[in-house]
Structures are given as structure tokens and as C-alpha cells.
Design a binder for this molecule. Structure first.
Ligand code: CO
Length: 218
């Protein structure tokens, strides 16, 4: 644990050296433009992979980057981000090889509470089962479900009363669906960029079709 405090001291010194007023300025204002909803997986560090400094990204992470309509934690983060901080973009970011999705596809149980949480991923898989390619390698099937899960969660964000009310007020807010690859460190836009309630369905349909087309035929 000592090492972590030493790391922290070195980091704070380095930031201060590059920008002497950094912490002072930051302590006076909190105005991030983006809300990131991603997986808790330690290999997907939100700020680092998109090169943003403290103060630039509001973050919520949970296992399998899920937005569940009864999750008060996630909903509170979205409300604060949209109504108080007035972020302009909400990014749902999944990642290939997600452990939560793997557990769902391979029907593996961890035992206890987490299995209930991951039923939300199983719901996504069940919803799209006719279009999911189970014929090839399991890794490929998992990645298809990882992508489908991002789109479902992006729509879940869009359907919250928080986001619908913001759009109804004329607030500019775009919901995006991305996926991250740990093997090359790169992000991919899954083609869902929802900026009003009217285009939600068409964005959803075209993104889902695009994913299933790419994965069809092994
Ligand atoms: Co994950």
C-alpha cells in the first residue's frame, strides 16, 4: 500500500510541474463534457484510453457496463451528469472479451449476487438469440454479444426519464455506443449516436443490423 502513496506523490508533483495551477483550478470548477459508462474491468481505464485529464470525464463503471432501470446508483450518476453538470455526451463503452458477457454466453456461474446482476446480460443474449452466431469459436460469439450489449445499454440510457426530459427541454445531449479492444488498445464506434427521442429506434435498428451482419456466417 505504501507504494501507492508514493506513486500518488510522484504523480501529483509531475502534474503540478507541467501545469502549476492545475489542482487549484480544478478544485474550483467541475465541468466535464462527457459521461463515461464502462466496465469495471481494470484493463479498460476510462481516462487513459481517451487521453483525458482529471476534470474532463465523469465516470460510472460496473461489471459489464450495464444501465439497469432500477439501479439507483447508475441513475443518480446519469441525473447528476445531465441535469447538474450538463454533459454533452454520454458514452457507453463495452469491451471485447468482457468477463460478464463471457459468463452469460458460456453459462458459467460465479455464485452469489453477481449471477443476478449478470442476468441483465443474459436478457440481452436471449433477446438477440436468433441473430447470434453460435456456430464458430466461442470468443467470436462473446464479442458479438459484447457489441449487442453496448447498443442495448445505450438505448437504456436514452429511455431514462432523465435523458428524455433533457431532450424535451431542448438540451443538447448525444448518447454514443463504443467498444474497446484490449488486444490493440483501440476504440470502435458501433454506429449508435442518439441525439433525440425520435431517432432512437432507427439508430438502434441500424446498429443491431450492422453488428449481426458483420458476425453472420461464422
Ligand atoms: Co467487462
Amino acid at each position: 500500500m505504501k507504494e501507492l502513496f508514493l506513486n500518488n506523490q510522484k504523480w501529483a508533483e509531475k502534474v503540478e510541474e507541467d501545469n502549476p495551477d492545475f489542482f487549484q483550478d480544478l478544485s474550483e470548477e467541475h465541468a466535464p463534457e462527457y459521461l463515461w459508462i464502462g466496465c469495471s474491468d481494470s484493463r479498460v481505464p476510462a481516462n487513459e484510453i481517451i487521453g483525458l485529464m482529471p476534470g474532463e470525464l465523469f465516470v460510472h463503471r460496473n461489471v459489464a457496463n450495464l444501465v439497469v432501470h432500477s439501479d439507483l446508483n447508475c441513475l443518480s450518476v446519469i441525473q447528476l451528469a445531465v441535469e447538474k453538470l450538463k454533459v454533452k455526451h454520454v458514452i457507453i463503452c463495452g469491451h471485447y472479451g468482457c468477463g460478464g458477457v463471457t459468463a452469460s454466453v458460456s453459462n458459467q456461474k460465479f455464485g452469489g449476487l453477481i449471477d443476478n446482476w449478470l442476468l441483465n446480460v443474459q436478457d440481452v443474449e436471449y433477446l438477440h438469440r436468433a441473430a447470434i452466431d453460435y456456430s464458430g469459436q466461442e470468443e467470436r460469439t462473446i464479442n458479438q454479444v459484447c457489441e449487442l450489449n453496448v447498443i442495448e445499454q445505450a438505448v437504456n440510457v436514452s429511455m431514462t426519464s432523465i435523458v428524455l426530459d433533457a431532450w424535451a427541454r431542448g438540451q443538447k445531449l448525444v448518447i454514443h455506443g463504443w467498444i474497446y479492444s484490449m488486444t490493440d488498445g483501440l476504440l470502435k464506434d458501433l454506429g449508435v449516436n442518439i441525439s433525440n427521442a425520435e431517432e432512437m429506434r432507427s439508430q438502434y435498428n441500424s446498429a443491431i443490423e450492422d453488428i449481426n451482419r458483420r458476425y453472420s456466417g461464422g
